[in-house]
Write a protein that binds this ligand. Structure first.
Ligand code: NDP
Ligand code: 13P
Length: 316
């Protein structure tokens, strides 16, 4: 196997633990030294020992693996591809990020295609918390790739006994499912944080899923993809667990609590990007619009609730 993981955050490190025979790259030399010395990523995934066969590096140009997993936040990916294009071009690039780029309004594979047209691109997405994957708990993810042969090869290369990958050629659907569910998870967290109740959360998730579908189908996605692991599956996980950073961010917004702003919360930038995307395409996404407005400080949680409840009564 010839795989390297670029980005030693919680998810990249968890994938390294699951796959074993891989190279794990971090941009920070001190971080690389610390992980090599302690055999643990104390910064991003504390308490999980790194398997002995995982190689740690800070030297991107020295990596000769053909399959590179890009495990960094969505808003960092475009700059990373731009800065390291000569090393990354001609490889297989598997994006592991969930989100929509705020400037170009593209998902992770779209951003790869725009920046490195010669790279072969795929997406790994779906319901999974880093700690679960790292501990070897059973997990099922979507491996989306337009090229069916490459998709099959990656499915074999990246599946393990516990980590089960399902193939899909609908990259747009998989990208949007993973990106949009984080926005709805922030809203679900707000509902619980503001003490609106479990019934309100269920309503929010179902109506959130309806607007996820509206945008995704308008952009060419398949309904089945949205109903699968990368859409509904991840929506259920992220809206229902305090292990989710997006959900916890929403909880803090809803309850007025402090939140550590250095935490990766993909849904925050993505809400703003998707609100613009929806407007450009004439798609009604009221929950996403409210989340974006609250994050930008234009609306309070109470105002957002009242505005959603005051919408005209309609068919489901
Ligand atoms: N955590 C999870 O459970 C899951 C996460 N994901 C997705 O994986 C992606 C990464 O999340 P996660 O690993 O949790 O995030 P973390 O916040 O844990 O880590 C982010 C990592 O990206 C690195 N990074 C940030 N900016 C850059 C850059 N410009 N160039 C290179 N590296 C950079 C950081 O490096 P440094 O430490 O030096 O800042 C860090 O290693 C997100 O899109 C997330 O949605 C998907 C499934 C599960
Ligand atoms: O994407 C995830 C679960 O599938 C991780 O969720 P958070 O980024 O909200 O922690």
């Amino acid at each position: 196997m010839s795989v390297a993981i670029l980005g030693a955050g919680a998810f990249g490190t968890a994938l390294a633990c699951a796959l074993g025979q891989v190279t794990l790259w971090t941009r920070d030399a001190d971080h690389a030294r610390d992980m090599a010395d302690t055999r643990e990523n104390t910064r991003r995934l504390p308490g999980i020992p790194l398997p002995g066969e995982v190689q740690i590096t800070h030297d991107l140009a020295g990596i000769d693996a053909q399959t590179l997993l890009l495990a960094m936040p969505m808003q960092a990916m475009r700059g990373f591809l731009h800065d390291h294009g000569t090393v990354l071009q001609d490889r297989v690039l598997v994006a592991c990020s969930k989100g929509v780029d705020l400037d170009v309004l593209l998902g992770p594979v779209g951003v790869i295609r725009q920046n490195l047209p010669d790279a072969r691109a795929a997406l790994l997405t779906g319901p999974s918390f880093a700690h679960d994957i790292a501990r070897g708990l059973p997990t099922a993810l979507t491996l989306a790739c337009e090229d069916p042969e490459l998709g099959m090869a990656l499915q074999q290369e990246l599946s393990t006994n516990a980590l089960r990958l399902y193939r899909n050629t609908d990259v747009t659907g998989a990208e949007l499912g993973g990106a949009l569910k984080n926005v709805i998870a922030i809203a679900a967290g707000m509902v619980i944080g503001a003490d609106m109740g479990e019934s309100a959360r269920a309503a929010l998730m179902a109506r959130g899923y309806a607007e996820m579908q509206r945008l995704a189908l308008a952009l060419g996605a398949q309904a089945d993809t949205l109903a699968g692991l990368s859409g509904l599956g991840d929506l259920i996980l992220t809206c229902g667990s305090e292990k989710s950073r997006n959900f916890r961010y929403g909880l803090a917004l809803g309850s007025g609590a402090e939140f550590d702003t250095t935490t990766t919360v993909e849904g925050a930038a993505t809400a703003r990007a998707v609100a613009r995307l929806a407007q450009e395409h004439g798609i009604d996404m009221p929950i996403t619009r409210m989340v974006a407005a609250m994050i930008e400080g234009y609306l309070t949680v109470t105002e957002a609730r009242d505005a959603l409840l005051a919408r005209p009564l309609t068919e489901e």
